[in-house]
Design a binder for this molecule. Structure first.
Ligand SMILES: Nc1ncnc2c1ncn2[C@@H]1O[C@H](COP(=O)(O)OP(=O)(O)OP(=O)(O)O)[C@@H](O)[C@H]1O
Ligand SMILES: [Mg+2]
Length: 599
């Protein structure tokens, strides 16, 4: 019995004037024992990850979560009077909630009998009120939790977020092996997108999700897919993940294999179309569960007669980099995506779209076509990840870019570095310029063979390549560990492309740096990229803020037809022209010789 309890017992039935005996009241903490009356302090106890000091330090992640769960249970008990053990919990909860209100300046302690009568009188009227209050408090806690993690949700009947992976066991019965794999991989706590997207998908809800680059979207869809498929079955593909590039597809494939180890799931990619048609076609054994692919390879199989793949058992269709795949025209996959959607005919099929950037038309499409869609976005929409230090660098001209690159090499840099250019041609040109600089440099673009691309990615991951020159091929989704610096050698064609490019660094909470070169020619697009930089709290030259914004029509035009730039070369134009003339002259004289010989 502590001093407080002793004081309470001795004082039973007595009136205590707090105002008059304020010194004693303070000493025995009368009226301020459990909570401080400020409700914001009650909310502070909701620090699920125990990051905060002070009040919340005493209730760790799980404890606080248990409180939340208890409340849910308690609420159920209010409706279900018959269950005795839970009744006790309810009583405790009621007393805790009401206790706060009882802390008036003057407290009246009546005899225990009187108190009992009064409590019984009150109970009937309070039941409804308290249940409403509890629900209100629960919602408040959920909202507080979402706000804290910048989770924005839209939709009806929204599933509550999870705070720990262990909750997947308590509430959704995740297989112990899968949970173990997640924890063994070093994923201790879910990221915000995982907190909300996983329960949404586990409730079988269709989803449009956006979260910053490097924030764990892959796991956010991989975990619920594996959980919902429960176990391997010989029904053909039951989940399909589409991504815009083969590099990204194989990364997702690897991640799925890693976390499903020991569960028996058969996860595939399409390597050679002809082999795939035999393996997955009508005469196949159907012994496979998940397919990760780019749209074109899948369309190729679907178009064969009879189709080289059957998607009628697909229950989950996940579109990663959804805004890219929804783009139409040469660079997009909108038509292919439409054919794939149509081929997934099961009434059970549910769709989920993921990306770091939000496109208006994807959102509209989802609202019109998905069933009771839930929209989840983390942080401000279409913003760059906050862990990247961003810099805009005026380099004057194309030659200025090369000089700036060489300067950077000379000064020394910490690899690995990714350098983005706008076209295959320019990637080749820059590679030829940098190959003699004494640094391990390589280049990757769509014209290289698949084998070359795989080798390059592998060597870059292994640290054998320090500087990798690339095109948009590597702009989205690719998760290279520890890229220190991204250089936008060519200014990106849109702020969306900028966000994805610089998102190759500063991933999973690590810090990174991005330097973006610009010349006079890049003026039209400067303002929108500068806005992104400024929003992330990085400096932007004052004069750029005054530049005019482009109309959306103009923006689209810039994406479809990027700026024509002078070729990348340190050799002066005059010499290049001369060399070209010499080459043409040489070819002509050869032709002349052969003609003369023939005649
Ligand atoms: N809960 C977690 N805890 C720690 N690390 C995590 C967690 N979830 C994912 N990661 C790691 O974060 C990194 C980025 O994840 P991922 O590639 O899924 O990001 P993303 O959100 O899809 O990014 P992008 O928009 O570029 O595609 C990966 O290396 C992944 O292993
Ligand atoms: Mg991704």
């Amino acid at each position: 019995m502590d001093a407080y309890d002793l004081f309470r017992r001795l004082g039973a039935g007595a009136k205590f004037d707090v105002k008059r005996f304020s010194a004693d009241a303070a000493r025995f903490q009368v009226g301020k024992r459990k909570y401080d009356s400020d409700s914001s302090e009650v909310l502070q106890g909701l620090d699920f990850f125990g990051n905060k000091k002070s009040v919340s330090d005493e209730c760790g992640a799980l404890e606080t979560h248990e409180e939340l769960q208890n409340e849910e249970e308690t609420e159920g008990v209010l409706l279900e009077k018959s269950k005795e053990p839970k009744k006790k919990k309810r009583k405790k909860m009621i007393s805790e909630v009401t206790a706060q209100e009882d802390f008036d300046t003057t407290i009246q302690w009546t005899s225990s009998v009187e108190a009992k009568i009064q409590e019984e009188k009150k109970t009937k009227g309070e039941k409804k009120l308290t249940s409403g209050k509890l629900e209100h408090l629960r919602k408040e806690k959920i909202n507080f939790f979402r706000n804290k993690h910048k989770i924005h949700v839209q939709g009806t009947d929204l599933p509550d977020p999870i705070a720990t992976f262990q909750q997947l066991d308590q509430e959704y019965k995740i297989s112990s092996r899968l949970l173990q794999n997640i924890l063994d991989a070093g994923f201790q706590v879910p990221t915000p997108i995982q907190m909300q997207a996983i329960p949404v998908m586990l409730h079988g809800r269709e989803l449009l999700a956006s979260a910053p680059t490097g924030s764990g979207k892959t796991l956010a869809f991989s975990i619920p897919i594996l959980m919902q498929l429960k176990q391997p079955a010989n029904k053909g593909f039951r989940a399909l993940v589409i991504s815009p590039t083969r590099e990204l597809a194989s990364q997702i494939h690897r991640e799925l294999i890693k976390i499903s180890e020991g569960t028996g799931f058969r996860i595939h990619m399409i390597h050679k179309a002809a082999v795939a048609a035999k393996r997955f076609g009508p005469k196949s054994s159907k012994k496979f569960d998940i397919l990760v692919t780019t749209p074109n390879r899948l369309i190729y199989l679907l178009k064969q007669d009879p189709p080289g793949i059957d998607l009628t058992s697909v229950e989950w269709l996940v579109v990663d980099e959804s805004d890219k795949l929804f783009e139409d025209g040469k660079t997009g996959f909108r038509d292919q995506l439409a054919s794939i959607f149509l081929a997934c005919t099961s009434h059970k099929v549910k769709r989920a779209m993921f990306s770091a950037t939000f496109a208006y038309d994807v959102e509209q499409w989802c609202k019109l076509n998905l069933d009771n869609v839930v929209t989840v976005s983390i942080g401000a929409r279409n913003s760059a990840v906050e862990t990247v230090e961003q810099e805009l660098l005026f380099v004057g001209s194309e030659t200025g870019k090369l000089l700036a690159m060489r300067e950077l090499v000379k000064k020394g840099f910490s690899p690995p570095v990714l350098v983005f250019v706008q076209s295959i041609e320019r990637a080749k040109e820059l590679f030829h310029e940098l190959i003699y600089e004494g640094i391990n440099v390589d280049v990757i673009h769509a014209e290289r063979t698949q084998q070359q691309r795989d080798n390059t990615v592998h060597s870059f991951r292994a640290g054998k390549i320090w500087v990798l020159i690339c095109t948009a091929l590597l702009a989205r989704g690719i998760d290279f560990k520890g890229v220190n610096l991204v250089i936008n050698y060519d200014f990106p064609t849109s702020s969306v492309e900028y966000i994805h490019r610089i998102g190759r660094t500063g991933r999973a909470g690590n810090r990174g740096k991005a330097v973006t070169f610009f010349t006079e020619d890049d003026k039209p697009l400067l303002r929108s990229v500068a806005n992104v930089i400024q929003q992330a709290g990085c400096p932007v030259p004052e004069y750029i803020k005054g530049f005019q914004k482009l109309l959306s029509k103009q923006k689209k035009k810039m994406i479809k037809k990027p700026l024509e730039r002078e070729s990348i070369s340190t050799t002066p134009k005059y010499f290049l022209e001369q060399a070209k003339q010499r080459k043409i002259a040489g070819q002509n004289s050869k032709k002349k010789e052969t003609l003369e010989k023939k005649s």
